[in-house]
Design a protein around this ligand. Structure first.
Ligand SMILES: Cc1ncc(COP(=O)(O)O)c(C=O)c1O
Length: 307
């Protein structure tokens, strides 16, 4: 999926033309993965573009920076405004937004604090990562042979660039073997998450999702889906569960900015439920997309109109 070029990128406090948003080859993040990023979506609302989860995404960005000890010379409000401005300047409506903080030039040592922190925001058109068919009928996935990082190795709660070496292994393996995605287990062998999504299992009427201690990224959409499911009367349990629960679950689905709410129809070629989108997943999807599309009132204040 190539990145469709837009006109403007916000880079270190000002808008520059797409082709001029460059880095030096000594950029620390290129060598050692010392970056943190976010992925947000804007949706085409009746009154113009509306960003889903602006505040929690910006909060997570600052949390990631804190853990990586990256000083950002901006406030959260300034970054939020710059995100909005990037969507507007490029004349975008429904789009994907990628804020990126990275350690620039300044040192060849591993102590990234000696390099300056730089910041960029890109926004561009982006469809559904797993396709319209995946959203409707579900996707075929595998349990990856790659584990998610153990908690005392990488900081899994952060959206650090270096963490995505692990996600890349998972994705490449799944692609090579003909699956849409891979699900990782954590260091203890419990289900963790997809390469870039959180996972939910519907099992005998309750909904399970791995807890923060299972090396997951605490997804913004994960928290929204937990809230929606509880409001709809479902019991949602954030607890560890084993690999085999994937095979006997009545329904499985992913959540995330890129995949939204995508059903899983098979794991390791074992059919899940009736092999398509399950009824509880469908209800949750309808509620989620209803809020995003404006058909259901946004009582939680999840959407931020950019005008
Ligand atoms: C590893 C990983 N887990 C989960 C998610 C889902 O997070 P969110 O719902 O905030 O997009 C993402 C995507 O950002 C991710 O990269």
């Amino acid at each position: 999926m190539a990145i469709p070029k837009t006109e403007w990128i916000w880079h270190n406090g000002q808008f520059v033309k797409w082709d001029d948003a460059n880095v030096h080859i000594t950029t620390h993040a290129l060598h050692y993965g010392s970056s943190v990023f976010e992925g947000l979506r804007s949706y085409a609302a009746k009154a113009g573009p509306a960003i889903l989860g602006l505040d929690p995404h910006v909060q997570r960005l600052f949390d990631s920076c804190r853990v990586l000890r990256m000083d950002l010379p901006y406030t959260q409000d300034q970054i939020s405004s710059a995100i909005i401005e990037t969507v507007l300047r490029n004349g975008l409506n429904a789009c994907y937004i990628r804020p990126l903080a990275y350690k620039g030039t300044g040192t060849i040592t591993l102590d990234a604090r000696k390099a300056q922190t730089e910041f960029a925001i890109m926004a561009f058109d982006f469809g559904s990562l797993m396709g319209a068919d995946g959203l409707e009928n579900g996707v075929d996935v595998m349990v990856s042979s790659w584990r998610r990082m153990a908690p005392d190795t990488h900081a899994g709660m952060t959206k650090a660039g270096g963490n995505y070496v692990n996600s890349g292994f998972v994705t490449m393996e799944a692609n090579d073997l003909g699956y849409m995605e891979g699900i990782t287990l954590d260091v203890n062998g419990h289900v963790s998450e997809g390469s870039g999504e959180n996972i939910f299992a519907v099992y005998r009427g309750a909904i399970y999702t791995p807890p923060v201690g299972a090396s997951i990224l605490l997804g913004v959409n994960r928290s929204y889906i937990i809230a929606l499911a509880r409001e709809m009367g479902y019991e949602v349990r954030e607890e560890t569960f084993p690999r085999e629960m994937l095979y006997v679950a009545d329904e499985l689905f992913f959540t995330g900015t890129a995949v939204e709410v995508t059903p899983i129809r098979s794991v390791d070629r074992i059919k899940i439920g009736n092999g398509s989108c399950g009824p509880i997943t469908k209800r949750i999807q309808d509620q989620f997309f209803g809020i995003i599309n404006g058909a259901i009132p946004d009582t939680h204040g999840w959407m931020t109109l950019v005008k």
